[in-house]
Design a binder for this molecule. Structure first.
Ligand code: UDP
Length: 336
């Protein structure tokens, strides 16, 4: 198939693009390189440099596109609180322009990068897709709005457009470059995610890691998250495209738009993650307890029963030390 990956110069997008190429597909990446990196676009993919809203019509209008994997997004929770316009325009308005282009050019498949942040503070754990969606931050609200928009476009298309929204939990780890290709991992100008920040301590790039609260109602008092390896995540996109190609019953039953959580189903606390990083790096990694971070839920763990049943997805890199080891190999490789 010929597939367009928006945000294919970013962390998740570049790994998805690589997996699609490895599976024999033709890949066109759309990325404005505002947060992504030109050298993260996998060799073999064609890069169209530009804003998704500006170039989608031209790229899809050229014809022959079988599907779009839409990863391009603004994704900093903290920034979304202070610069909402950047998120409503950058995520929602851009995605509507993409949906319009999909519809205009009759592109039949869409896989969308949604997020656990659409749920907010969960009432039950693990979280299933029918849980209430009450995002606690602007980032999550914009992703939820796009999920709603996709549902209406798919329903109105009368079968011409089918879509899967994948609600990512905590994406981590890195893709090891094969055959001399560069490894692909997290390279954010502003890093806010736990594992890369902890590894920065081990690299001597920061002195300690701040633990955002140790008074949560969890076994060790720190927040619990469901960490999923980026390679497992990318595989789910391929499976979703397969399912859409089969005009799968599950998608049709869902009105043309299926929502699936992606997580391992196992939670690890902030202290457990730091301990794993100590084991993997051999560095003592000093930690200091700091106040809670605004908008953080205490526990976010996915039920990925639907992804397993409908997509046939089975994560294979579920061991926390293994996930951290891959992130560490990537971080160390970049630092040398
Ligand atoms: N966290 C932390 N210190 C940091 C960064 C994150 O204690 O410097 C915690 C955060 O409160 C959350 C978990 O680590 O409970 C994962 O945070 P991250 O930002 O990686 O992902 P999120 O769950 O917010 O999507």
């Amino acid at each position: 198939m010929t597939l367009v990956v928006t945000g294919g110069a970013g962390y998740v997008g570049s790994v998805c693009a690589q997996h699609l190429l490895d599976a024999g597909h033709d890949v066109v990446v759309i990325d404005d390189l505002s947060t992504g990196h030109r050298d993260a676009v996998p060799a073999g993919a064609r890069l169209v440099e530009g804003d998704v809203a500006a170039v989608a019509d031209e790229v899809l209008g050229a014809g022959g596109v079988d599907g779009v994997v839409h990863c391009a997004a603004r994704s900093l929770v903290g920034e979304s609180a202070v610069e909402p316009a950047k998120y409503w325009h950058g995520n929602v308005v851009t995605s509507i322009a993409l949906l319009d282009a999909l519809r205009r050019h009759r592109v039949p498949r869409l896989v969308f990068s949604s997020t656990a942040a659409t749920y907010g503070e969960p009432e039950t754990s693990p979280i299933t897709e029918d849980a209430a969606t009450r995002p606690t931050n602007t980032y999550g609200a914009t992703k939820l709005a796009i999920d709603h928009a996709i549902g209406t476009y798919a329903a109105a298309s009368q079968g011409e457009l089918a879509a899967v929204s994948l609600r990512y939990f905590n994406v981590a780890g890195a893709h090891a470059g094969a055959g001399g290709a560069p490894a692909l991992g997290e390279r954010h100008a502003v890093e806010t995610h736990l594992i890369p920040l902890v590894l920065q301590v081990a690299l001597g790039q920061r002195e300690e890691i701040a633990v955002f609260g140790d008074d949560w109602p969890t076994p060790d008092g720190t927040c619990v998250r469901d960490y999923i390896h980026v390679d497992d995540l990318a595989e789910a996109h391929l499976l979703a495209l397969d399912l859409l190609g089969q005009a799968g019953a599950a998608v049709a039953e869902a009105g043309g738009h299926l929502v699936c959580n992606l997580g391992n189903g196992t939670g690890f606390s902030v202290f457990e993650v730091i301990e794993a990083c100590r084991r993997v790096t051999g560095h003592p990694i000093p930690a200091r307890v700091a106040p809670r971070r605004t908008g953080d839920p205490g526990v976010l763990v996915a039920s990925s029963a639907r992804a397993r049943a409908e997509l046939g997805w089975k994560p294979t890199h579920t061991d926390l030390d293994g996930i951290v080891a891959d992130a560490w190999a990537f971080a160390r490789g970049r630092a040398t």
